[in-house]
Structures are given as structure tokens and as C-alpha cells.
Design a protein. Structure first.
Lengths: 409, 295
């Protein structure tokens, strides 16, 4: 059958599903504004109430020490690096206090694959947070981190997930997906941290455990158009199976200070990718705008290209900032952009339950002109509690004063 | 079924726009209220393509900020235009800046300042002195009751004016566009409109929706002005590129220094070409007089 905009547009507007080849044809050939208007029509069908949501949470990276060495990442430091850090439990509690003061209800907690953090460190962290902040949510540990814990603990993923949920894990962010095509993952040096199947399998296990997760896609490195579509189709298939994804978030690779280098994909590329995602991911309710990588203006324009959520106020961000993006929007600015686009704004939970009017309209909240970072410059302190956890690396053992491994007799 | 069936723009209005006919002020005001900016953008894109096809011009500019004269450097060879920016505090300040820019220009065109800012410094004699010092064009003139007379005054002493622009965000953007249209009616030779303000409101910056709506409406409402500009340097690659899909056809303010420190593909010239091409458009460099350099 000859593909035409009219034929596919009719099917999309009627709620029909696009095949892979059809989606690829649209992605390559459809005018940008046509794609946007189709995506907007689907967004309106799914969210006819005209509300755009956002969450007040804090994007905390508990460690930057990582053995994965993805070549697109500017955030990680190798084991033993002088700039490597692990946040202390008290530091994380303080960040939660600050988040609650700004009306936040959740931490997005992710970090590097640090070999010196055993599973009981994560369990103790989660239990400590839940003991002190019982209603506060932990949206934590992307699939590659869960896989890393599984590997270092020599425990199967379902058992790791069970233990983390038992300690207080509420939901899992969809980080580390990059592009779910192994050819791409090998070129990005992220195949080792999780293959495409492994990433999806972890998500499957998390969904089976009753938790909801998000899904992400980082594009603009070495992948082809059809590999971006393959990524979306794999997510769609898993969502058909489990229904566990709450939202999809895509963003462009940020090249500053990375080993890979190169240039960033354009704003139009972002809007086209977001729009085709809205059309392909017909079983996802929510699409987030990535203002943190695209800036406030294109972030807001996302709301015309299929997004129904402005993502997070974030409060703190470290990873894309390391790669050159340093945009900031506080709650006031997020709401101003939502309302300027003709929508009503509502705070939400990770499960997209609406929480109502903005916090700044209920009480005075300080304006935020830049996002916080994990630590102040020059802070190289080592949390005291780390000595209670057995390090695996020689550098970690030295730092914690732990005995080196006994020589083999 | 087409998405056009869902367009909030009446078909009669769309047909009028596509035929290059003038919209009434009431219709322009109505279009300005639409939240469906993509319908507006698509209509503006039709107009832009009818006039320019896929061709998108850009100009490499070397800027001289009047507040940092002690740090000025000679203009790079690639610069097609010298641009004096900022607001001079006096006629002497403006003359000093023009002479200094002229000395560093290598004989290339020197444009600069808002015409209305220059006119208040010294009237017709002041404008004549600036022309004698080496200023070829005012960078732009803002629309308003006195604008047509100011352009005539400038031209009388040899100062060119080609662009209608906005220094700051207009309280009523629709009224601004209609004033710009009236100015282009009254004065010939105004070939471009730059509808986005040069000086952002730092407390309440315009949003992406505001900017897209303004660019699209400029294309639709100013049917007799060939060029709708967006400033690449001020608005950044992402917004400027999106603007090209909703009616803009020219990128002003592309950095002239071809900095390759971030790799050849991220040098300004390559970056602007890449962004234009990625919007399915064809980049064409132009000079300060809006002459295409591929001709």
C-alpha cells in the first residue's frame, strides 16, 4: 500500500496503531508541523481536560564513581579519581528537607556504578529515608544500576528488586536506556552496563514486582532513524505486556566534555522525535518535555508536539550540566510556561496523580535562579558511614581503611 | 482525514493569506488569540514557501558593543557586516564608536543602532555626522507614529534603513505588528521585519509559544514584506531553527568568527548550515545589503 499522510493521519486520528515501517516513513517524510499537529491531536484525545502536569522533585546523584565508562557521559569519574564522591546519608536527608521546603515529594535518585557500594548500603539508605520521611517517595535506580547491584551482590535481579522494594523503593526511573539496539550500545560503550534485552528484562521484573517505571531515550549519537524507531517499538511491546510504564521521556545527547564529542541534535529534530514518539507509543499515557536539555522555549513548545507533562522542577541536576546544558526553571517558571501555552497546571506524583495548585500560590517559596549541584565545589569529604560497608576496589579499601584481600596461599 | 480539518483558522482566512491578500486588523487580532500555534505556523510556512521556497538566508555579523569599546578586535575576514549594538549615551559616543568600527571593518558595511536612538542624539545634523563618520545603515527602526518621518530624515542625509525591528517586548504584540505593517506601507525599501525583541525582559522572558506566534503572525500579517528575520545569536539555534518552520526565512546575527575549538562541525558557519538543512531548508549566505552570495 502506498503510504500517504492522509491515510496514516486518518488512522492516527481514529486511534489506530502505526507499524514500524509506517512510523519510519512519517518520521522521515512528514512535515514537522504535520507531525506536531497529529501528536497534539493524540495528546488531546488522551488528556482532554487540558491539564499539563509537573512534579517537584530533586534529581540527586548519590555517586559519580562509575565503572561503566559510557563514552557519551561527562558526569562519571573512575574508581579512585580525586573528584569521585559518594553522598552521605545525612547529606541526602538534608537534600530531602530542602526539597520538602520547596513543596517537593520525591527524590529522583540515580548514580554511577560504584563497585564500593554494596546492596546493604542502598537498603540502609532507603530505610533511613523512609524512617525519617515516611511519605516521601524514592524514584530510584535505573535498570543498569539494578543490574550492577545484582552483579556485585551476585544475586538475581528479582531478588535485588525484592530487597530494594522491601527497603523502600517506590518506583524506577527509565535511565540508561540510551538506544535499545545493541549495535548502538556497543558503539557507545554502554552494552556492558546493560544490553537492550537486559534493560528491558529489569523493567519487566520491576513491573512484575508491582512498581511503575518511566522509559527514556537518549538520541543523537550514532543511531540511525530506524534504530530510534526500533527503540520505541521495543518499549511499546513491553508496555503491551506489562502496562508498567507511566511515561516516556526523550532527550538529545549533550556533547560537551564527553569522550564521544560531536554536536547536539537540533531543536526541530527534538520536536519531531517527541511527536513521533507520541504517535508510536500509543499505549503510553504521558510524555514529558525535556526543558533541561532543550531550554525553556523549546521545552514549552513540546506541549504543542505531544507532551502533556513539563517533567520536574528538578531543584538539582548534575549529569546533563556536566555535558553542557545548564537551563533552570523553578516552579513559578514551569507554571508560567504551562499557562502561557493555554493549559491548566497541576502538580503530580510519579504515578501522575494530580496534586492541585502550585505551591507558590499557596505560600511564599523562594525563587530559584539556578539548579543546585550534588556538592559544593571543593567538598571532598567522605561520609563517615562508608567505613561500615565493605569496599570491593583497592582504592575504596584504602580510603575506608579496610584490609586488603589476603594473599592466596 | 487531514489535520487541516481540525484547524481553528477559517478556510476563507487561510485562502486569503495564501493568495497574498491583506488581513484586516480584526482578523489579525483574532489569529493572535489562537492557542493552536502549529495551525498558525503551518499557514505562515505556506506563505514563506510561496515567496522563498526552501531558501533560507543568513548573514555573518561582527558585533561591536558600544559599552565594551576598549575590547574591540578587528573583524574576522568572514564577517559580511559590522554591527554596532547597544545604546550610545551621546552623539560623541556614537561618533566615536562608528569611527572605531569603521577603522576595524576592513571597508565592509557598518550598520548599527536603532534609528530612533540615533535621532534623539543630534537630529538631522547628528545623523549626517554619523553618515560622514562611516555609518551606512541604522540596524533597524521601531514602528511608531514618528517612524516614517525618521526613516525619511535618515535617508535624506544618506543613512540607509532596511529593517523594522523591536528593541523591547511590546505590550501589545498585535498592535506592534499592525504598526510595522503601516510603516512598511508608508515607506518603501523596508525589506525585512525582525519581530522578536532585541532586549529580552529578564524578569518575564517571552516563551516559545510567544515567539512562534509572533514570527508566524508577522509572516501572515505583513504580506508585503519579503523577509522575516530571527536573530541566531540572541535566540539560539533551537528557537531560531523552529522559527524557520513557522514563517521566518532569514537568520540575522550569525557569529562571524569561525571558531573551530569545539570541532569543525560545531563551528558557527557549519552549525547554522546544519540547522537550516535539518529543518529541510536550503542555506544561502547573504551580505549586509540582503544580496545573496550564491548569485
Amino acid at each position: 500500500m502506498t503510504l500517504t499522510l492522509d491515510v496514516l493521519g486518518t488512522r492516527i486520528l481514529a486511534g489506530g496503531r502505526l507499524s514500524g515501517p509506517e512510523a519510519l516513513w512519517l518520521y522521515r517524510e512528514a512535515p514537522t508541523l504535520w507531525l506536531g499537529r497529529m501528536a497534539d491531536a493524540v495528546r488531546r484525545r488522551k488528556h482532554p481536560e487540558g491539564v499539563v502536569t509537573y512534579i517537584i522533585d530533586r534529581n540527586v546523584n548519590y555517586t559519580n564513581v562509575c565503572t561503566a565508562r559510557c563514552n557519551f557521559c561527562a558526569f562519571y569519574r573512575t574508581v579512585g579519581h580525586r573528584e569521585g564522591y559518594v553522598l552521605g546519608f545525612d547529606e541526602i536527608h538534608r537534600k530531602i528537607d530542602e526539597t520538602i521546603a520547596l513543596g517537593g515529594n520525591q527524590l529522583l535518585l540515580q548514580g554511577g556504578h560504584n563497585p564500593d557500594l554494596p546492596i546493604d548500603w542502598y537498603e540502609d539508605l532507603f530505610r533511613g529515608v523512609k524512617a525519617k520521611f515516611p511519605d516521601f517517595k524514592l524514584h530510584a535506580l535505573s535498570p543498569p544500576e539494578i543490574l550492577h547491584i545484582s552483579r556485585t551482590a551476585k544475586l538475581p535481579v528479582p531478588e535485588v528488586v525484592g530487597r530494594l522494594v522491601g527497603a523502600g523503593l517506590d518506583s524506577v526511573p527509565g535511565g540508561g536506556a540510551e538506544i535499545l539496539v545493541d549495535r548502538v550500545r556497543k558503539l557507545l560503550n554502554c552494552y556492558g552496563k546493560a544490553s537492550s534485552d537486559e534493560w528491558l528484562d529489569v523493567m519487566r521484573e520491576v513491573h512484575r514486582a508491582g512498581l511503575r517505571t518511566t522509559a527514556t531515550m537518549m538520541y543523537g549519537t550514532v543511531e540511525t532513524d530506524d534504530e530510534r524507531l526500533e527503540h520505541m517499538l521495543r518499549l511499546r511491546a513491553l508496555q503491551d505486556e506489562t502496562g508498567g510504564f507511566t511515561a516516556f521521556i526523550t532527550w538529545s545527547y549533550q556533547p560537551e566534555h564527553t569522550e564521544r564529542g560531536g554536536e547536539e541534535a537540533t531543536g526541530v529534530d527534538y520536536l519531531r522525535t517527541l511527536a513521533i514518539a507520541r504517535l508510536v507509543l500509543d499505549n503510553f499515557d504521558n510524555l514529558q518535555a525535556s526543558w533541561v536539555t532543550q531550554g525553556g522555549k523549546v521545552g514549552q513548545l513540546s506541549l504543542a508536539f505531544g507532551a502533556n507533562d513539563m517533567g520536574s522542577v528538578m531543584i538539582e541536576e548534575n549529569v546533563v550540566r556536566a555535558a553542557g546544558a545548564a537551563y533552570c526553571m523553578d516552579e513559578f517558571e514551569v507554571v508560567r510556561n504551562i499557562e502561557n501555552a493555554g493549559f491548566a497546571a497541576s502538580r503530580r506524583t510519579m504515578h501522575y496523580e494530580q496534586l492541585g495548585t502550585p505551591v507558590f500560590r499557596q505560600r511564599d517559596v523562594p525563587r530559584m535562579v539556578e539548579l543546585a549541584t550534588a556538592r559544593e565545589d571543593g567538598d571532598d569529604s567522605v561520609p563517615a558511614e562508608l567505613v561500615n560497608y565493605q569496599a570491593r576496589s583497592a582504592a575504596g579499601k584504602r580510603q575506608r581503611g579496610q584490609a586488603p584481600p589476603s594473599p592466596v596461599a | 482525514m487531514s489535520v487541516d480539518a481540525e484547524s481553528p483558522i477559517p478556510e476563507a482566512v487561510a485562502a486569503q493569506v495564501r493568495a497574498g491578500q491583506r488581513l484586516s486588523a480584526d482578523v489579525v487580532a483574532h489569529l493572535a488569540t489562537l492557542s493552536d500555534i502549529l495551525a498558525l505556523g503551518a499557514l505562515a510556512d505556506d506563505c514563506r514557501r510561496a515567496r522563498h521556497g526552501a531558501r533560507t538566508t543568513f548573514v555573518r555579523v561582527h558585533a561591536f558593543d558600544v559599552d565594551t569599546m576598549d575590547r574591540w578586535q578587528p573583524a574576522p575576514a568572514a564577517a559580511r557586516e559590522m554591527r554596532l549594538t547597544g545604546q550610545p549615551s551621546s552623539l560623541d559616543h556614537a561618533l566615536q564608536a562608528v569611527r572605531a568600527a569603521r577603522a576595524l571593518s576592513g571597508g565592509r558595511v557598518v550598520r548599527g543602532f536603532a534609528l530612533e536612538d540615533l535621532a534623539v542624539l543630534g537630529g538631522r545634523d547628528g545623523l549626517r555626522a554619523l553618515v560622514a563618520a562611516g555609518l551606512h545603515d541604522a540596524a533597524y527602526v521601531s514602528p511608531g507614529p514618528a517612524a516614517a518621518a525618521l526613516v525619511a530624515e535618515g535617508r535624506h542625509v544618506g543613512l540607509g534603513v532596511r529593517v523594522i525591528g523591536a528593541t523591547r517586548v511590546a505590550a501589545d504584540r498585535t498592535a506592534w505588528l499592525l504598526d510595522a505593517r503601516a510603516l512598511a506601507d508608508a515607506v518603501s525599501g523596508l525589506v525585512a521585519v525582525a519581530p522578536l525583541p532585541r532586549v529580552p525582559d529578564r524578569l518575564t522572558p517571552t516563551t516559545g509559544f510567544d515567539d512562534v506566534r509572533t514570527v508566524a503572525l508577522a509572516r501572515i500579517a505583513l504580506e508585503h514584506v519579503p523577509t522575516i528575520q530571527v536573530d541566531w545569536g540572541r535566540y539560539g539555534p533551537k528557537l531560531a531553527q523552529v522559527a524557520l518552520t513557522v514563517g521566518a526565512d532569514d537568520l540575522d546575527g550569525v557569529e562571524a568568527a569561525d571558531d573551530t575549538s569545539k570541532g569543525p562541525r560545531r563551528a558557527p558557519l557549519e552549525d547554522v548550515r546544519r540547522n537550516i538543512a535539518a529543518a529541510a531548508l536550503v542555506p544561502v549566505e547573504r551580505d549586509a545589503r540582503f544580496e545573496r552570495l550564491d548569485a
